[in-house]
Design a protein around this ligand. Structure first.
Ligand SMILES: Cc1cc2nc3c(=O)[nH]c(=O)nc-3n(C[C@H](O)[C@H](O)[C@H](O)COP(=O)(O)OP(=O)(O)OC[C@H]3O[C@@H](n4cnc5c(N)ncnc54)[C@H](O)[C@@H]3O)c2cc1C
Length: 439
């Protein structure tokens, strides 16, 4: 060990990194937690920020607050650039300087990024929903579209401006499509006299012949029926071939005129995985031992979305919060065991089930892979559990108040277009121009 108290560096204050640091708080090691953001994001509610239901601060929590009382945990705001395994240091770029941070043990939990599969125009013209900036960019875009649509005399243009396409039949796709539809029908439509007679289309596209792949057929069918009853157009067995500023072309040859494509159809490991410098697995994920230590690297642990570990059925553990949390805690416990000369333990995933919400009073849940819930009951279960999982009392209270308010009034109160660039009504909407806007 470099000094008496081993130094553990954790890259990423997402779910994996945060739970690793929490497990190590007030123990016999020193911890440096590094993230390019100074907050932890509760990703399951990102779509509610994007659709004006919640304020960004309601689903983000400052990392320094979380570790205020932990004497052995330090935080560094910066971007990890490279790792020197021979000299055991991580190179971090902050706003003002380059730092070389030494480690005895390294835990890397940099998560995943949107995978655009080299589809023509997708990178440039689609909207992702991976972090808080994405959610705010999408919210600004949607709100601006409706401002433009209300004052556009051209009927075809108005139709394109009020047609929103979401790609991906997983939980994020369903949640976003449902919430976008409700935003228009429950809120915007009442306020835009010029759009009263315009029908906003929300189209959800999925490449497979069903939604929610890991769910049983009954719940898939229920989700499809609930989405369609809401008004979302669901297109199955269809793939996006190309995207431009104002239309989406599908493999079948169909073209949809739209200025909004939300891509929720694929993720891959963060490019930080390449810094580990070992042969990568599917989705660019880093192969790890059941202890979460990287295969072929000593003292380096990779957890969460970045990690590739097969379960007993031969399939990799999914990119989900419980996996990241439990791997984070295990990596931390294994490091502590090693400092005591004890044997490391393997990963045993405790899986309590999966759920997805579709809109007001609409959801599906598969609890403990035994109990299936649909509709109102599933929705209430979803609301309660997400409120419990959210970090910090203030955030829970603010989200709860917002939900009650939205439920009673059918309102979406967070509808401020906040950008560095002023709103220019005469400018053509262009997703490419809007994307670089930072928080
Ligand atoms: C919209 C959305 C909805 C979701 N809903 C659910 C859900 O309902 N249930 C569920 O189980 N899962 C859900 N997920 C998946 C879940 O968010 C991930 O599985 C989980 O966050 C993975 O945790 P992680 O620690 O691996 O990565 P993350 O939580 O993504 O954290 C990665 C951290 O690393 C930081 N980072 C990345 N690169 C660098 C760098 N170079 N330098 C410094 N810091 C860096 C990032 O800023 C981030 O804070 C959702 C994901 C999204 C995008």
């Amino acid at each position: 060990m470099a000094n008496e108290r081993p130094r553990v560096l954790i890259v990423g204050a997402g779910f994996g990194g945060l739970y690793a640091a929490q497990t190590l708080r007030n123990t016999s090691v020193d911890v440096l937690l590094i993230d390019r953001h100074n907050f932890h994001t509760f990703t399951p509610l990102l779509y509610q920020v994007a659709t004006s239901g919640l304020d960004p601060s309601g689903i983000a929590y400052p990392v320094r607050s979380i570790f205020r009382r932990a004497k052995n945990v330090e935080f560094l705001l910066g971007q990890v650039q490279s790792i020197d395994f021979d000299n055991r240091h991580v190179v971090v770029q902050t706003n003002t300087q380059t730092l070389y941070e030494q480690y005895d043990f390294l835990i890397v939990a940099a998560g995943s990024v949107t995978n655009t599969f080299n589809i023509d125009g997708l990178e440039q013209f689609s909207f992702g929903l991976k972090d808080l900036s994405d959610a705010v960019v999408l919210r600004n875009h949607i709100l601006k579209l409706f401002e433009r649509a209300a004052w556009t005399p051209d009927a075809d243009k108005k139709k394109a401006l009020t047609t929103l396409v979401v790609v991906g039949g997983g939980p994020t796709g369903l949640e976003t499509a449902g919430a976008l539809f409700e935003l228009y029908n429950n809120v915007l439509r009442q306020e835009y006299a010029g759009l009263n007679s315009t029908k906003t289309r929300v189209i959800l596209i999925e490449a497979m012949d069903h939604l929610l792949d890991p769910y049983p057929q009954y719940l898939r069918d229920s989700a499809l029926a609930q989405l369609r009853s809401l008004g979302v157009e669901v297109v199955l067995n269809e793939q996006v071939e190309a995207v431009t500023k104002d239309h989406v072309r599908l493999k079948s040859g169909t073209t949809i005129s739209t200025y909004t494509l939300v891509w929720a159809a694929g993720v891959k490991a963060s490019s930080v995985a390449q810094l580990i410098d070992v042969p990568l697995q599917r989705g660019g994920r880093v192969p790890i031992h059941p202890t979460t230590e990287v295969i072929g690297r000593n003292n380096v642990y990779v957890i969460g979305d970045m990690a590739y570990l097969e379960a007993t059925d031969g399939r990799p553990y999914p990119m989900l919060i419980p996996v990241a949390k439990q791997q984070g805690m295990l990596a931390a416990r294994n490091i502590l065991r090693r400092t005591k000369g004890w044997k490391q333990q393997g990963f045993h995933y405790i899986d309590r089930g999966i759920m997805a919400t579709i809109g007001r009073s609409r959801a599906v849940a598969w609890l403990y892979y035994r109990i299936t819930l649909t509709g109102y009951l599933a929705w209430i279960a979803w609301l309660i559990l997400h409120l419990i999982w959210l970090m910090g009392f203030r955030n829970r209270l603010s989200v709860f108040i917002n939900w009650v308010w939205n439920y009673i009034t059918y309102d979406r109160s967070v509808r401020i277009i906040l950008e560095h660039k002023p709103y220019a009504p005469d400018q053509e909407p262009d997703p490419q121009n809007e994307k670089p806007v930072a928080l």
